[in-house]
Ligand binder design. Structure first.
Ligand code: ZN
Length: 185
């Protein structure tokens, strides 16, 4: 099932999501629906709050990037916890399915060590770097109510205000289904 994607300004995107108790919900079908939703929007990552579910789950699939250096990496992250972030800080232009048409430079550490369970409820602890780490940091932020725009300078954010308001009103031209908090019904 393809969900509409929640747009910037919706309170669900600012909330810290809750941890998922084993057996409390069907994480396999939720993840399947999220992959379907993400592919329909040509994304490489999607977090549960972006479909209106305030739980700690995000998915990534880098096959859509078509980047040989990154390769194809598809994974479901449940109850993720970043243990450490290391390596040089680097700048990369990020975008977000909940903030369409805006792309801005964000500075983050190159390497991330993360603990999570997968949809089979198996525990993992892994280290990622480069683009893969970047996608994980971005999606992990979503499970803590943080958006990439929160990393921008106050000046930059002020410059984007009009565009962000338009997105909240649903005034944005994109090909996927959205829910905008300030859209007139
Ligand atoms: Zn995002």
């Amino acid at each position: 099932m393809i969900y509409p994607i929640v747009m910037y300004g919706d309170p669900v995107l600012k909330k810290k999501a809750i941890a998922i108790e084993p057996g409390s919900m069907d994480v396999i079908s939720l993840a399947e629906d999220m992959f379907e939703t993400m592919y329909a929007a040509n994304g490489v990552g999607l977090a549960a709050p972006q479909i209106g579910q305030s739980v700690q789950l995000f998915i990534i699939d880098t096959s859509q990037l078509d980047d040989e250096d990154v390769g194809d990496y598809k994974q479901v992250f449940i109850n993720p916890e970043i243990i450490s972030e290391n390596g040089e800080k680097w700048i990369f232009e990020e975008g977000c399915l909940s903030i369409p048409t805006i792309r801005e430079d964000v500075e983050r550490n190159n390497t991330v060590k993360i603990k999570y369970v997968d949809e089979q409820w198996e525990k993992h602890e892994k280290v990622f770097s480069g683009i893969l780490a970047r996608i994980i940091q971005h999606e992990y932020d979503h499970t803590n109510g943080i958006l990439f725009t929160d990393h921008l300078s106050p000046l930059k954010k002020r410059l984007l205000k009009g565009k962000l308001t338009d997105i909240s009103k649903g005034k944005v031209e994109i090909s996927y289904r959205i829910i905008a908090p300030l859209a007139k019904v």
